[in-house]
Design a protein around this ligand. Structure first.
Ligand SMILES: [Zn+2]
Length: 330
């Protein structure tokens, strides 16, 4: 015998089943949260060119859209409102309009599919005249206190309408604490989960989403509130802050270029569920590569998500959810 015992590894993964045991975590349908776009045209079904296979849906089409997915085992969705007819203003008044798309969709989905878990993205950018995520000073910079107050108000109104989870993506300082206190005051803190987009980076990968949601800022950019891509330490501080402010789930966004940050979050918040968002640009990139023949779509979709699981995620927001529901057995 010339080889050392410790050199022999292949016996441990020579069968598909033993290979599956090498993962610390297996992807299951319940780990998937599907991001969906709800518009204020009740009968709409509009394809989003830059986000292959995804549409903007009107409330009256939700049964046709979600019914087959629920049948296949869809467990949760996250709603993004895409108003096209509302009057946008400085403080994003339409965000929590009781007749607006998000609140109407919450009511509709709760009635249609009482078991389906409904998260709502909470931000102002789809509803403000300037397209920024908070309320602004006259010079165009973020006015922190009224931003946080308004974000918390919107979150509480989504919770009142029946959202199981509110997920602020605005990145304003102090909004997790304000939302938690708002939920407590409304008597909803024990019924509504607070998922913090804690480490949300100013990424180039949001392009298709902005197409879908019509949420590009009318001037400037979001670099004064979203994190700089190199800001590993800043992300760690944001994660710790949001844990201390009362977040129930920590999220990292985007996912694929930030797997080290996901791993940091797993270490810093080991007692919290950990989410990541495979954002629109990541999804479009994976699909485009497959179309170019670089790899097989299904194999690459799994590989991309396996990286997130390996880094520590327990919940994945992905536009691949409908495909995974077909591909996965459980
Ligand atoms: Zn925003």
């Amino acid at each position: 015998m010339t080889m050392e015992i410790s050199s022999i590894l292949q016996g441990g993964y020579n069968h598909p089943t033993s290979r599956s045991w090498q993962s610390q975590r297996q992807l299951t349908k319940s780990m998937l949260m599907y991001p969906i776009f709800i518009t204020d045209e009740p009968d709409a079904r509009v394809e989003i060119a830059s986000l292959p296979g995804q549409c903007r849906w009107g409330v009256n089409r939700l049964k046709e859209f979600l019914g087959p997915l629920v049948q296949k085992g869809l467990k949760s969705v996250i709603l993004f409102g895409v108003p096209v007819h509302c009057d946008k203003d400085e403080r994003g008044t339409p965000a929590d309009d009781p007749e607006g798309p998000v609140i109407q969709a919450i009511l509709k989905i709760r009635a249609l599919y009482p078991e389906l878990y409904i998260a709502t993205d909470v931000c102002l950018c789809e509803y403000t005249s300037h397209g920024h995520c908070g309320v602004l000073h006259e010079d165009g910079t973020i006015n922190q206190a009224p931003s946080v107050e308004r974000i918390a108000e919107v979150a509480v109104n989504y919770a009142k309408a029946g959202a199981h989870c509110v997920a602020p993506s605005d990145m304003m300082d102090g909004r997790i604490r304000a939302i938690k206190l708002g939920l407590m005051e409304a008597g909803l803190a024990n019924k509504c989960m607070l998922m913090a987009y804690s480490a949300k980076f100013a990424s180039s990968l949001y392009g298709p989403f902005r197409d879908a949601a019509g949420s590009a800022p009318s001037f400037g950019n979001r670099k004064c509130y979203q994190l700089p891509p190199g800001g590993k330490g800043l992300a760690r501080r944001a994660i710790i802050r949001d844990v201390n402010e009362g977040a129930d789930v920590i999220m990292v966004k985007p996912a694929m270029p930030y797997l080290d940050v996901i791993q940091d979050a797993a270490e810093l918040a080991p007692n919290h569920p950990l989410a990541c968002y495979q954002v629109s640009g990541e999804f479009a990139m994976v699909v485009a590569g497959a179309e170019k023949g670089v790899y097989d779509l299904k194999t690459m979709a799994f590989e991309s998500v396996e990286g997130m699981l390996r880094a520590g995620c327990t919940l994945i927001l992905t536009y691949f959810t409908p495909q995974f529901l077909d591909w996965l057995e459980v």
